[in-house]
Design a protein around this ligand. Sequence first.
Ligand code: AHR
Length: 500
Amino acid sequence: LDARIVLDPERTIGTVDRRLFGSFVEHLGRAVYNGIYEPGHPTADERGFRADVLALVRELGVTTVRYPGGNFVSSYRWEDGIGPRSERPRRIDLAWHSVETNEVGTDEFAAWARDAEVELMLAVNLGTRGIEAAVDLLEYTNVRSGTHFSDLRAANGSPEPYDVRMWCLGNEMDGPWQVGYTDADSYGRLAAQTARAMRRVDEELELVLCGSSKPTMPTFGQWERVALTHAYDVVDYISCHAYYEELDGDRLSFLASGVSMDRFIDAVAATADQVRAELSSAKVMQISFDEWNVWYNRRFHREDKITDPHEWPYAPRLLEDQYSVVDAVVVGGLLISLLNHSDRVRAASLAQLVNVIAPIMTEPGGPAWRQTIFFPFADAARMSGSVALDLRIDSPTHGTELYGEVNTVDAAATLDATGGISLFLVNRSEHPVTVAIQCGGDGMTEILEATGIWDDDPTASNTLEAPERVGPQVNPTVRIESGALHAVLPPISWTAVRAS
Ligand code: AHR
């Protein structure tokens, strides 16, 4: 099988916003407690944060972190998480049926984000609360001093404001599982009013309106149109959320999940553009794909739910998917889709970061390790240049149950400031594919790096017992001939190449 790709440094899609490589930490299971935070762990700092986890977060190359939810935010009282720890209430968390001790709140997380060298992106509760709580939190995080909440922040140990730029107006408000979920009309009004009030504090904030929780929601499309009609002028982004899993052994469809993400992004952009036309607005609505990953959701709904009204566990093991090589290749395909839409998707969050459907796992008192999906994400975050290129891909195709005929090879490429090219490729089939990549201009002269993920056993994963079973390998077949790059992509594989 042969694929041919043509790239031209002059044919660009748009600039790649570094926020494309964001992630997400929710108060859920062991993401925060016994995840990033574990006082008493041998590597914990004086605040209780694990240094080994921080090191892996930095290595992953995450740029932003969305916090504190997710479903959790829709019944969260942010004031519970500030001030002296001994006075913070233990609350029931309705989203995940756990106890929320509030040991970690806004100040602790902002300090962690600073140490992790990531931008903090906050979500406000539009489930059980509304405009007032959102504006109070904004005052707490962003106003310099001389007001109730800004002085409270200083009294709590942070005299400098956090200056949080990006804010999510609620979370998945279209989903019946969401506390306080509602219809698009009511949500659109509340979100627009909240946005207007927040802009009275700071006109320059970047605000994200909730889009659909997934493209298969019965209200998909209509939700975006109605909510945007209310809020178009006062928000900057509409969100997309999507999770992918292998269903009923249909591996080929699962491997082609990038096709589904492509269609989802295109549909949301088209809907936003329709609203733009109806409102005669000059503004182009951007997309924040602020939850995406592989998630064995069906398994969660069958097995992992805790429903005993008297049992509110601390840091239960929830949504702890163990990822395989196949999952890593799917994540690579989703990164390719995001890069190929970088003119429209200006921010994205891999959901999530630690322990909960995560690239990084930890054991209480023990080690932290990289799951398979860590590697494609780290490659893309580290190797992507500042401009995405518009590729012409001529690939063999194969049939899939869910998406019909799909390209066997998918790819994205970027250009950096020095003219260096980065290529990201997935082989979504169970056969090797030979690929030739021609480059306009002067062509390519040198391979700086050629790495990837594949394995004789595509179900292999990294575990506590074998944390390095799967890791990046050099692809020895990558070579340059007459300015073109040639490679053999192993079956079910992710490949990342840097060339000059
Ligand atoms: O990331 C896990 C959950 O998935 C989030 O809390 C929610 O927003 C989504 O449904």
